[in-house]
Design a protein around this ligand. Structure first.
Ligand SMILES: *[C@@H]1O[C@H](CO)[C@@H](O)[C@H](O)[C@H]1NC(C)=O
Length: 173
């Protein structure tokens, strides 16, 4: 799982460089404006709710919730896309373990959708209602702890598509 190797590498780098002289590692994840719960059973919230967003998320379910290390988690989600999302859309992802920043990276949204087969979704994503379901295995090797995830997606023209944030706790046993 390449995403996980990136995570692990980032984790090791963070461990080596994390110290009080790097205050960035100890700041809280920033959201520009309020959060709003998302319908369904998931640890996710919608953030930047005062910003105009291209995606209107209606429902997100995780099964099981919370996800368990070494088991599959199935994510199902429903939403309404207000305007066509073209190639060039991107998503900024930030993952923290406790206060340590593990990962801060920008992904090409359309490439990720094609490489990971998310319900056959492909750019351009035309305006309309969508429902997706995707199963992924959470590796047993994921270090236990409290993870904070913040993801902001943007169109090729830098309009915000959505902002998601959430906390997932993986117990040691
Ligand atoms: C996760 O799902 C895949 C595909 O259905 C399956 O092959 C795999 O054994 C499952 N893993 C676990 C840990 O249940």
């Amino acid at each position: 799982m390449t995403r996980y190797s990136v995570l692990l590498l980032a984790f090791l780098c963070a461990l080596v460089t994390a110290s009080p002289v790097f205050p960035a590692f100890f700041s809280f994840p920033g959201t520009r404006s309020g959060n709003k719960p998302i319908s369904g059973d998931s640890p996710l919230q919608q953030c930047d709710v005062d910003e105009k967003q291209v995606l209107d998320i209606k429902l997100v379910n995780l099964l099981p919730n919370p996800p368990v290390r070494g088991e599959n988690v199935t994510v199902s989600a429903a939403g309404y896309v207000k305007e066509t999302i073209e190639k060039g859309a991107y998503v900024d992802v930030e993952v923290r373990l406790g206060y340590i920043k593990l990962l801060s990276q920008t992904y090409d949204l359309c490439e990720e959708l094609e490489n990971n087969d998310v319900g056959g979704l492909k750019c351009p994503i035309k305006a309309g209602d969508y429902m997706i379901e995707k199963s992924v295995e959470i590796p047993q090797e994921v270090p236990p702890g409290k993870y904070t995830v913040l993801a902001r997606a943007y169109t090729e023209d830098d309009d915000e598509i959505t902002c998601l944030s959430g906390e997932i706790y993986f117990p040691a046993y």
